[in-house]
Each structure stands twice: as C-alpha cells, then as structure tokens.
Design a protein around this ligand. Structure first.
Ligand code: NPG
Length: 388
C-alpha cells in the first residue's frame, strides 16, 4: 500500500536519473479551430507553455495546461509559470541536479497544490529519463492497449442547439465513440433533450457542468433532475469541488452516474469521494492530480473498489496529449476519454498529429512521450529560463 492507502497494482519500474543542465519554459499561442465555451468562459485560442528539461542525453518535454484565469481551479498560467520559476524548479534542484520524476513529489512535498505546474515538470523529467532509456511512457506506466477509444468534448456553441447538433453530427461522422456536451444553468435539460432527439438513443452522450450548479437552488436541481431522463452515460461535476456531501445527496436520487473531475485532486480524495457516494466514475487528468505518477495512484485507488475511470483533457497540444493517450492506455480506462484527434483542436499541432482511426487514437510507441514539438512550430515561442 502507498501512504494514503492506494494499493499499487504493480510498482513502476525504476529508471536511471537524469542530469539536468537547464530548464526552460517555451510559450506559444495556437488558435483553436472552434471556440470552446464552458460554464466558466469562452476560449478561442490557447497559450501553451512547454517545460523543456535539457540533459546531456537530450531534452524532455511537459505541457503546462493551466487556463489563463483561475476559473477551473486555483491555477492559472501566469501564476503557474511563476511558481515553477520561483519555487518548484529551485526547490527541486536545491538537492542536486541529478533527478528522477519521483523527486518532484519527494523533494517538493512541503509545497501545497500547484499540481498542474508540478505535472508539467514531472512529465518533462520522466520524458527525458524514458528517452535516455529508449522506453515509451505507455510501456513504462503499464499500458494494456495499443489504441484508445476516442470521445470528444463539445463546448456550448454561440448558435445554440442547431449548431451543437451540427457539430455533434460531424464528430459522430468522424467516428468519435462518445460525445460530452457542456452545460450551464440556462443551457441544460431542454437543449440536451433536443440533442438527444437529434442523435438518437444509441449515441453515448454525457454532460459536464464544470461545477456551475448550486445544490440548494431548486431551479438548478430541477434542471439536473430533467437530465436524468435522457439516458446519459454520466453527469460530470455538477457542484463545486469541495461539496462532496451534496454530490452524494443528489447522486443517490439520480439513475445517471455522477462523475467527479475538479473535486479529485489526489488518490485520497478519490477514495473519500467514492466512499461517501459522491462519485461512481472518475475523470482522471494527469495534470490536475500532479503528474503521470499521481495519476496512476488515483487509477489504483478507483480500480481497487471497482470504480471505472476515464482520461480527461485540457485542450492539450500534441505534447500533453501524448501523455494523456499513454495514461488512457492503462487498465481501468475503459470508457472513452476526452482524448480527441489533433484536428479537433488545431489546424496544425505542435507535434506529429494524433489522428482518429475507426474511433480510436493510436498510443505512441516511441521513446518517452513519443512526440516532440516541431522546431518550426517553436520559432516564435517566448523562451525563459526556469532554473536561475
Ligand atoms: O478535449 O481536451 C479536451 C477538452 C476536454 O472538456 C474538456 N476539458 O472541464 O474537462 C473540462 C474541460 C476543460 C478544458 C477545463 C480546458 C479547463 C480548461
């Protein structure tokens, strides 16, 4: 058992440490092919900061997935870049420049939170270690499949239900195996009923509220009750992250499984949320929980009590997506995740693109992440040093 009681299914193999020569942050901006609107805002592009760990044996990469404002969690891009430069990287290197991915958790254990920032650093170090060892991340984490079932997350469109139905029809044509629609108070039961009518009962449809509902507001609860009749795969994060008891109270009345995302920041929270009935499915985002190693421990905690998991996304470029796809290839990730092809997000990805093949995305097999940013995509990147 690990410290918090998560049974490790199989310990990850040890990898040789790497010698860190420098740590950089390279930031590029990419426009999204379609605006992405959730209950907390509208995004038309992404500022994508990449952590690059330079070693004598080559570079390792990790993506910082923070939104520009602290609307999904406390983290946001400017703050995360600062905490990397002023706390995480100096704290890590203070104990020596020979490091392993595990050292991010061990050496920085006195720092609270900032999991997305930690995840970018841990991923970059693990990538460097794995590239030096000639091993893929998926293999290292214990992947059990060569390709993963792909779902797609669809924002709240400016054009309402007709535009939503049109977008969803296109994604289904492309082969996506499940649709996740964003909801918010005022855009829930009725639009979703019309979407269900448009796509038919056989389409795997789920909704994500991004914590926008008040568990004590009768109008909000009536709207969520209405969704319970639509044969949804799951209802994701209706209430604020800390409101586990409220999730449990309402989940007990609904037939639609409640799935938590924002609430689950580590394996202990996963264990508690499951035990109190707040969640019966868990969305695992490696960035939200602090990196690939923590993501495996959350998966372990869920699997130990038979709770299914799936891999979430944060509109990553090919760098972050490569890590997500490796995670989604593990045992237990049986539901299609928010693991979509590159062209759902970008006209041109930073890396060799991920493509959809018969509703699946192939798991990278090359060393480390198996994806490297194309140098020509980084020519306009803002570059800063994080290690001094
Ligand atoms: O396909 O990567 C993707 C996006 C999936 O809906 C998605 N992400 O709440 O899960 C979420 C949402 C998100 C995106 C949240 C960006 C925060 C920022």
């Amino acid at each position: 058992m690990t410290a918090g009681g998560a049974p490790a299914l199989a310990p990850l193999p040890a990898l040789p440490a790497v010698e860190i020569a420098a740590v950089d942050l390279l930031t590029v901006e990419l426009p999204l092919v379609v605006p992405f609107t959730t209950s907390f805002g509208r995004q038309t592009s992404r500022e994508i900061p990449l952590v690059r760990v330079r070693t004598p044996d080559g570079d390792g990469w990790g993506e910082l997935v923070t939104p520009p404002a602290p609307v999904y969690s406390e983290e946001f891009t400017t703050g995360a870049a600062l905490v990397l430069r002023d706390h995480l990287v100096p704290g890590l290197l203070a104990a020596g420049r020979t490091v392993t991915a595990e050292d991010v958790g061990h050496r920085l254990r006195s720092i609270y939170g900032h999991r997305m920032a930690c995840a970018a650093l841990e991923t970059a170090i693990l990538d460097a270690q794995l590239r030096a060892a000639g091993r893929s991340l998926a293999d290292h984490l214990g992947a059990v499949r060569a390709s993963v079932p792909a779902g797609v997350s669809v924002g709240i469109p400016d054009g309402g239900v007709p535009e939503l139905a049109e977008q969803v029809a296109r994604y289904l044509d492309d082969g996506y195996l499940r649709i996740k629609a964003k909801i918010e108070p005022g855009f829930d039961t009725e639009p979703l009923r019309r979407l269900r009518d448009a796509v038919g009962d056989d389409v795997a449809l789920q909704v994500d509220a991004n914590a926008a509902y008040d568990p004590d507001d009768p109008a909000h609860i009536a709207a969520l009750d209405g969704l319970d009749e639509l044969g949804l795969v799951l209802l994701e994060q209706p209430f604020a992250p800390d409101r586990l008891r409220d999730h449990a109270r309402h989940a007990a009345r609904w037939t639609t499984p409640v799935c938590l995302d924002e609430s689950i920041h580590d394996h202990l929270r996963a264990r508690d949320a499951i035990a109190c009935g707040a969640t019966s499915v868990v969305n695992i985002k490696l960035a939200r929980v602090g990196g690939p190693l923590a993501a495996v421990s959350v998966r372990d905690a869920c699997l130990a009590v038979g709770v299914p998991v799936w891999c979430g996304g944060m509109l990553e470029s090919g760098v972050g997506r490569a890590a997500n796809v490796a995670l989604a290839a593990l045992e237990g990730f049986d539901l299609p995740g928010d693991v979509s092809a590159s062209d759902r997000y970008w006209r041109e990805d930073l890396t060799e693109p991920f493509v959809l093949d018969d509703g699946h995305v192939a798991v990278p097999t090359g060393p480390g992440l198996g994806r490297t940013p194309h140098p020509e995509m980084l020519t306009d990147a803002a570059v800063s040093r994080l290690d001094h």
